[in-house]
Ligand binder design. Structure first.
Ligand SMILES: O=C(O)CCC(=O)C(=O)O
Length: 336
């Protein structure tokens, strides 16, 4: 598996999504399991000492351990995320997202980048809009986080909605990477094929948690002919789902008994605005000048730490997320 075929590219252009199985193999995924196990190895004793959990659960395998800690301390999600909070005032020195070598290895994985290059061309930057979703079975999720898309189901949206207006013309591509299998009962993505061709953004209404839980109301969903067919996208671990930034999509609930783990990573052609200037982008692939590609995970980590320091110091005062767009949408009668 390397570059996409012409047939795959045509499918993506028409439908606004594409499932590509077997992009990554076990050797590609192993560093992520190791990195996230190490995160639990330092968070669990800390939470235990603070009385937030009643065991460090270190006798359990990673997925069981993650679910056991989450059941008692849902704030664990703040320690595994790969981005900073989307509201300036919520970022503090204690905010510790993961920018370790395992996730950097995924962002610079040549097989993943071959897929991305097939769509975006030879000069590709890693867009800083990126998330990890480690979703326990719904029945084990505490009420207060059940509607949080990092834990529970994800509402209908288009990925461009949260980017600043500067990215309105940017060709943002989402790659949703399955770290565990994501069969139908484990909360896979679902899409409305062709919805990216409607042209522009559909109205998003504000949810309870403004920056992550905004949603397209059901009556506005559909493709350019008003067809609302929902297609679920089960995928095996190592597979990747591609999404156009205008494709209407959501994620189903995890009704299984197992953890569902994915990363959603975004990319744009180098030189186009990222839409999230508060956070660092980097050149992931450059056929014209490979020396420009970032290869050092320590530099990438420093870039995130510098972004955090800048926001805390008040040197970045602009919005991180496109609140203004959401607020404008909120006045729409469909959101009333
Ligand atoms: O994995 C999920 O639940 C949601 C992912 C998503 O909406 C995205 O990749 O844009």
């Amino acid at each position: 598996m390397a570059h996409l075929t012409q047939t795959q590219l045509e499918f993506f252009a028409v439908n606004g999504y594409l499932v590509v199985e077997d992009v990554l193999d076990e050797a590609d995924l192993r560093p992520l399991w190791a990195e996230y196990s190490a995160i639990l190895d330092w968070v669990a004793p800390k939470f235990l000492a603070e009385g937030r959990i009643c065991s460090s659960y270190d006798h359990l395998p990673f997925d069981q351990r993650y679910m056991a800690i989450m059941a008692e301390a849902p704030e664990l999600i703040d320690y595994v995320e790969i981005t900073l909070p989307l509201v300036n005032s919520q970022i503090s020195l204690e905010t510790t997202p993961n920018h370790g070598p395992g996730i950097f290895g995924l962002l610079t994985n040549p097989k993943l980048l071959d897929v991305v290059e097939s769509v975006l061309g030879p000069e590709v930057s890693s867009n800083p809009v990126q998330h990890v979703r480690l979703k326990p079975p719904m029945r084990a999720v505490r009420q207060e986080v059940a509607e949080n898309s990092y834990v529970g189901k994800t509402t209908w949206h288009q990925d461009l909605a949260g980017l600043l207006d500067e990215a309105d013309e940017t060709q943002v591509l989402t790659t949703w990477v399955a770290i565990t299998d994501a069969p139908l009962d484990r909360g896979p993505l679902c899409v409305i094929p062709g919805s990216h061709r409607k042209g522009g953004l559909t109205t998003h209404c504000m949810g309870k948690d403004v920056q992550v839980e905004n949603f397209i109301p059901a009556k506005l969903l559909g493709d350019d002919l008003g067809n609302k067919t929902v297609v679920p996208l089960p995928v095996r671990r190592g597979g990747v789902v591609l999404l156009n930034c205008f494709t209407e999509h959501a994620a189903l609930s995890n009704t299984s008994t197992e953890l569902r783990w994915s990363f959603d990573l975004r990319w744009h052609p180098t030189g186009q605005p990222s839409g999230r200037p508060a956070f660092p982008e980097f050149v992931a692939r450059s056929r014209s000048n490979p020396a420009q590609e970032l290869r050092d995970p320590a530099i990438w980590q420093q870039m995130w730490m510098a972004a955090k320091a800048q926001i805390i110091a008040g040197q970045y005062e602009g919005d991180i997320y496109n609140m203004a767009r959401l607020e404008a949408f909120a006045n729409s009668p469909v959101c009333a």
